[in-house]
Design a protein around this ligand. Structure first.
Ligand SMILES: [Fe+2]
Length: 420
């Protein structure tokens, strides 16, 4: 073969190897790089779902130099490619890709690539963008106190039951104490992401910190693991006709208390008449008949919640399940309500629920609503159940349904509805 022919063949090979992949929606052109195939240490997980965007993150071994996501609308062939960011964290790489310009309420399948190598694809790798209207019915799950070491955690049980639900929830809330014992990044994979990987790869998750997450610096741990709105400690977002507010109740008082409470008041003031529902979630309980004390910093917000249209307050902390009767702005039970399963017109009332048996249950304790330690007469409790559990909330217009679900059996053990 003469030199000229060799040169031409080499040139052709280079063209093929560097064939650019065209982003057909936003005209991004990227060259697929070649490099060593990294190990996939953490399956992809979804965050920041909006009507037009979502963030997909996965974790690889440290040899990764670049990453991208290829995605396509369900039943369509045209693929879009979006390049991501590489974040070095604790000797591994977080591959983070933020997708934009999505169509609302649309399901897409995605493939993830690092160093030009396909690391994951298939029918379980999909997401649905959020709706851009306030009419769409939706559902979400919520649980706290989730990820502990294998021998003391049953986190894979709620994850399996969530996967088995007849209707897949649109997203999930993490009510603090996300990873035990100290919220360290090094424990996230074994304690949380492995048991929840089948849920997280197609269902976005929005956690808040708990007191255990605060035992390690959140800036170097919690904030690295998650992409959340705002400062990632306290934040709000909307989904259909509902405003969600996540708070950071830290370790006995609120993180940056003055700033956070003033932000909360302002957020509620600005939004209280804009949404059909407002749902607040945080780690600590206010009043409670569980083995945990009443937390004054949370009780101090009751008046703000009740007067600003908050409907539900979801928390973890006590490793059990407890639904309280509707509270008024004084923090007292509304004794005029007879039916604790069907509520209508709960104006200036909210319902507080502890869902803290997400991955752990308190072994040395039994439900005793008459325990004088916290509850002199137990009348504030609508339903207690000391079982591994999670909450499933469905919203359809001005009707909200809540279900407490046993994580071991998948059976519903508590429910109520609120109609406006
Ligand atoms: Fe806690």
């Amino acid at each position: 073969m003469n030199r000229k022919v060799v040169l031409i063949i080499t040139f052709l090979l280079i063209i093929v190897a560097c064939k650019p992949t065209i982003d057909n929606s936003s005209t991004t052109v990227k060259i697929i790089p070649f490099g060593e195939k990294p190990g996939l240490l953490r399956q992809p997980y979804l965050q920041m779902a909006s009507p037009t965007g979502i963030t997909i993150t996965w974790k690889t071994t440290a040899i990764t130099k670049n990453c991208y996501v290829e995605f396509q609308e369900k039943n369509q062939f045209a693929k879009t490619v979006v390049k991501g960011n590489i974040v070095n964290h604790e000797g591994n790489i977080l591959n983070e890709v933020a997708l934009i310009n999505l169509k609302p309420s649309t399901t897409y399948y995605y493939n993830i690539y690092s160093n030009g190598h396909l690391l994951a694809s298939g029918l379980e790798y999909y997401f649905t963008s959020a709706p851009n209207n306030n009419k769409t019915a939706f559902s979400f799950y919520a649980l706290g106190d989730i990820g502990a070491e294998e021998k003391s955690s049953f986190a894979s049980e709620p994850a399996s039951r969530i996967k088995e639900l007849e209707k897949k929830p649109d997203f999930g809330l993490g009510l603090g104490d996300i990873v035990y014992p100290k919220g360290e990044s090094k424990n996230y994979d074994n304690h949380l992401f492995k048991p929840f990987q089948e849920v997280f790869k197609n269902t976005p998750f929005y956690p808040v910190t708990g007191n255990h997450d605060w035992l390690s610096d959140p800036e170097k741990n919690f904030e690295k693991e998650w992409h959340l709105p705002g400062n990632e400690h306290y934040y709000s977002y909307t989904y259909s006709n509902t405003l969600f507010i996540g708070l950071d109740s830290s370790n006995g008082n609120f993180y940056k208390v003055e700033e956070q409470i003033s932000w909360l008041k302002n957020t509620l003031e600005v939004n209280k008449n804009k949404y059909d529902w407002i749902i607040v979630y945080l780690h600590h309980n206010g009043k409670s008949c569980t083995y945990k004390e009443d937390y004054e910093h949370v009780k101090a917000l009751y008046k703000i919640f009740a007067n600003n249209g908050v409907d539900l307050v979801l928390n973890g902390h006590a490793h059990t399940y407890e639904r309280l009767k509707p509270f008024d702005f004084e923090g007292n039970v509304d004794a005029s309500i007879k039916n604790q399963n069907q509520y209508t017109n709960l104006k200036n009332r909210f319902i507080s629920i502890t869902i803290g048996a997400g991955g752990k249950i308190e072994k040395k304790w039994k439900v005793n609503i008459n325990d004088p330690k916290n509850c002199p007469d137990g009348t504030i409790v609508a339903h207690s159940e000391h079982v591994p559990s999670f909450g499933l909330i469905s919203i359809n217009g001005r009707k909200l349904n809540f279900e407490g679900i046993n994580s071991l059996t998948g059976k519903k053990f508590d429910d109520f509805s609120i109609t406006k």
